[in-house]
Design a protein around this ligand. Structure first.
Ligand SMILES: Nc1ncnc2c1ncn2[C@@H]1O[C@H](COP(=O)(O)OP(=O)(O)OP(=O)(O)O)[C@@H](O)[C@H]1O
Ligand SMILES: [Mg+2]
Length: 464
């Protein structure tokens, strides 16, 4: 018996026919079991996950339709083939609608059955290959916890993956909340160093006086309070990845010491003359413009070049608004699953439009906070609406409404876009006038009847 032999259950109350088919199918490599009644079929199905079931529709007692139902309910992926009597096409069609893969009409040649069976198997294989390809494609919309669908983010994922394979120093630049730390972790987790540690230190969060000892460690008595010898963070990252966050805030003295680590991969613990050698990949991140800092003398030029071996730029969210829906979905799923009981909420289209139009000074972190808050305010409703977004989003002048509307990578449907803008503005005017159409029309310099007409038409329009 081949390892991937298909397990098949044949259900028919005509014993001679059933046995003949079973025998021939066995010859063709199937592992065949038989059931002479609907009841017996149900018992077999409860005990074993068959790949294929072939059942006569007309059975005494529990009929074929009930068997089919039970099979598909328990095993949505089972291949079901129905045997019908002559002239009962309607039954066959119903069975297909119910989820059967195919049918065959009695009387039939064995070869005809074999053909039906093989093409059903082939179809199933194609379908699962497709699903696999789709899942592969979807994979590209994320790397570790980073999700994004915009061209710029997909290129970035590619870059992160390529960089991960190397040990080169990486400099990640981006505004606050754009995902710099996530990107650093993604590099580490996709690198050959993943089995070792990812050690992060935030230069701006540690007082200058302590930072050096934190980084390099110290020996006993190195300074007041240094009661024992301690390993620094750099040493802890040996053979792993060291993440130096907000590197732009380092003092000139420390910049010089860091430069030596980058060039020689060695340093001394504070208060010690013994040299420590390490093997680390260094990833630095900054939200400041280091090049400008180099120009005005606050950051060492040589250090900048040592860090900037592979620059990675995380674009602000307002430059990739097409990522907003995917991010919203990602956060709704993540935050929803953390709740008790888990929630499975969606965002209304209008709320999404508002989110996509917003300028996001706090980038993805701010979006995550807004989604979390909206989820809390929606109090268990399955759809989150504009009212739950909070005033700063609802009342923000939408960038898309001004003289330079946002233009997505993949282009847009101009008429639908304009209709969307019209509808948004009409709704805003109605909100402002508490639904008073006369006043709203005046605000929009429209006749009242024109406003009503537009509203009716726009609300009927697809996709607006
Ligand atoms: N592309 C993304 N997909 C999913 N989550 C993201 C993405 N970018 C950022 N986040 C989330 O946003 C938050 C901020 O990300 P992260 O801490 O990596 O940003 P940062 O650039 O380091 O910010 P800061 O400069 O403020 O330190 C985190 O909760 C992170 O999970
Ligand atoms: Mg950060």
């Amino acid at each position: 018996m081949a390892e991937n032999a298909k397990h098949l259950l044949i259900v028919d109350d005509e014993a001679a026919l059933r046995e003949a088919i079973a025998e021939r199918l066995t010859d063709h490599g199937f592992v065949v079991e038989q059931a002479g009644s609907g009841e017996e079929a149900l018992t077999r199905l409860a005990e074993f996950a068959f790949d294929i079931i072939i059942t006569d529709l007309r059975l005494p007692g529990v009929d074929g339709r009930a068997v089919l139902d039970a099979a598909l309910e328990r095993y949505p992926d089972i291949i079901a083939i129905i045997i019908t009597g002559f002239g009962t096409v309607k039954d066959a069609v119903n069975a297909i609608k119910q989820g059967a893969a195919d049918f065959i009409t009695k009387p039939f040649q064995f070869d005809a059955l074999l053909h039906v069976l093989k093409s059903a198997l082939e179809q199933r294989r194609l379908r699962s290959e497709n699903a696999y390809l789709r899942s592969q494609l979807e994979e590209r919309y994320r790397i570790d916890g980073l999700v994004g669908r915009s061209r710029i983010m997909r290129d970035l994922f590619q870059l992160l993956e390529t960089v991960a394979a190397t040990s080169s120093t990486v400099l990640i630049m981006g505004e606050t909340g754009t995902g710099k730390e996530l990107a650093a972790r993604a590099i580490h987790h996709n690198s050959p160093r993943r089995a070792n540690r990812f050690v992060a230190i935030n230069c701006s969060a540690i007082p200058e006086t302590l930072l050096e000892a934190e980084l390099f460690g110290h020996v006993r008595g190195a300074f007041t309070g240094a009661v024992g010898t301690r390993q620094g963070r750099l040493e802890q990252a040996h053979k792993g990845t060291f993440f130096l966050d907000e590197v732009g805030t380092m003092s000139p003295a420390l910049q010089a010491k860091l430069l030596r680590v980058l060039q020689e991969r060695e340093f001394e613990r504070v208060g010690d003359s013994h040299t420590v050698k390490i093997d680390v990949r260094i990833i630095a991140a900054t939200h400041s413009d280091l090049q400008k800092m180099v120009a005005d003398g606050s950051f060492r030029e040589d250090l900048f070049y040592r860090l900037n071996v592979i620059p990675v730029r995380l674009p602000p969210l307002r430059e990739r608004r097409e990522d907003v829906p995917l991010l919203v979905q990602h956060f709704l799923q993540k935050l929803g699953s953390e709740q008790i009981p888990p929630r499975n909420a969606t965002m209304s289209q209008e709320a999404l439009r508002q989110l996509m139009a917003y300028s996001w000074p706090g980038n993805v972190r701010q979006l995550e906070n807004v989604v979390e808050r909206a989820l809390a305010f929606s109090q268990g409703r399955s759809q989150i609406d504009v009212t739950e977004l909070g005033a700063e989003i609802r009342n923000a002048p939408a960038e898309g409404d001004d003289a330079s509307p946002w233009f997505p990578d993949e282009g847009l449907d101009l008429e639908r876009y304009i209709e969307g803008v019209e509808l948004t503005l009409i709704k805003r005017s109605l909100e402002r006038t508490q639904g008073n159409k006369v006043q709203a029309a005046r605000l929009l310099n429209l006749k009242r009847t024109t406003l009503i007409e537009k509203l009716k038409r726009l609300e009927r329009a697809p996709g607006v």
